[in-house]
Design a binder for this molecule. Sequence first.
Ligand code: ADP
Length: 474
Amino acid sequence: MRAKLFWKLSFTYLLLLLCILAAMDLYAARAPRGHLVIAALVIILLGGVMTLLISRSFSARVERLKNFAGRVAAGDFHPLELEDTDDELTDLGRAMNETAARLAGTIRTLTDERNRSSAILRSMVEGVAVIDAKERVVFCNQAFAEILSVDAAGSEDRPLLEVVRQADLVALARRALQSGEHVQGDLVLGTVSPQNFGVTAAPIPALDAEASLRAPGIESASGGPREDVKQGAVIVLHDISELRRLERVRQDFVANVSHEFKTPLTAIQGFAETLLSGALEDEKNNRRFLEIIRDHAVRLGRLTDDLLKLARIEAGKLELEFQRVVIADIIESCATTTLLRASRRELSLDVNFPPALPPVRGDASLLREVLQNLLDNAVQYTQPGGKITLSAVTRESEAIVTVADTGIGIPLAEKERIFERFYRVDAARSREVGGTGLGLSIAKHIVEAHGGRIWVDSAVGQGSQFHFSIPLAT
Ligand code: ADP
């Protein structure tokens, strides 16, 4: 073991001892009294000066080390400049430099970690808040503040209830704190357009810094966690409004489908029973009853076809065979099909499009289906004597096809909703004319799958103009 400092100190004491011995020796030599005193004084002074010089150098070096330790404590990790001397104090300085460098590295890692965590928390769409054992907010991210309309910075260190004013949320957090287990629940915010949130509150041990320093590996005598380790909880809010909306849509859909099936099935059952209980022999009515049964069965078939088509489209299984489609051919074939139906209802049909209509990019049979549906609707919802006009134009990079009628029209408030499945302005009238309430919904899906749009201009009693656009073939 090196002990240079020990030798230096020993040398100083030895020097002092020699000076004293020399002074004593002079005294023993019985030199003249005056000489004796001067010589003794000179020797003691010399010894004193040398001792002072050596001890001052030590205390200056110790002071530098003390200052360095203070600098490190204050967060300045610049290394200490070491002296050339090679003794224990220099070793101590070197060790302190190493400790400071290691400390700087650890602090850098922790800062990086903290920055990364806060960047993640900031960018999360989920609202996150942390509370301590006394239900005071320790932290909340921007999303949490926005969801609950609170000021993120101003909510720290305030009671959760005071910050969020949501008793249900606070109750959930309290249950997590008290039980020490994950707690889940739902929260509905807002009244005009309510939003649904899923809430998870999870306990986190040792939230306060002091406790967290004590906590790792520290257990009570009973072997369990120490009771004085304070708990906190983390609360996470995630928006489940879309999920809830889809659940509602699904429930509505099931209810609608059941309703649509019930009417024809009841009629079929009723007339079949009437026939079986004697009407079969009633020659005046039996044929009529059978026709009613057939009509309802046809309606059920149509409904099933439309539902299957819609299911295929919505499941993304609609296979479009894109090709260059001459829109004029589709217009002409649909017009021919409609002409007979229109004339039966005393409606006139005008077809109007420029001679050189450029081809569009699409699936011919699906586009025909869209146009036929719009024409069928125009026939069904226009009173006898009315007029239907079928036209097409090109604008920029798309072709726009329009079916206009002079029929009953659509109220402004329902213009968007008629494209929803099963939505009808007048359900009884739609059923009467054999409608399923799914035609426009299917048409919208098809047009959008082509990259186009479908919309309507209409006013009650003044007819409707349905338009759809399809991108031109390039
Ligand atoms: P439906 O089978 O009932 O016709 P659609 O989806 O094709 O179903 O149409 C939905 C609803 O939109 C119809 O029930 C009707 O109320 C309204 N509608 C559609 N086309 C017209 C039109 N040309 N004139 C007036 N109302 C229309």
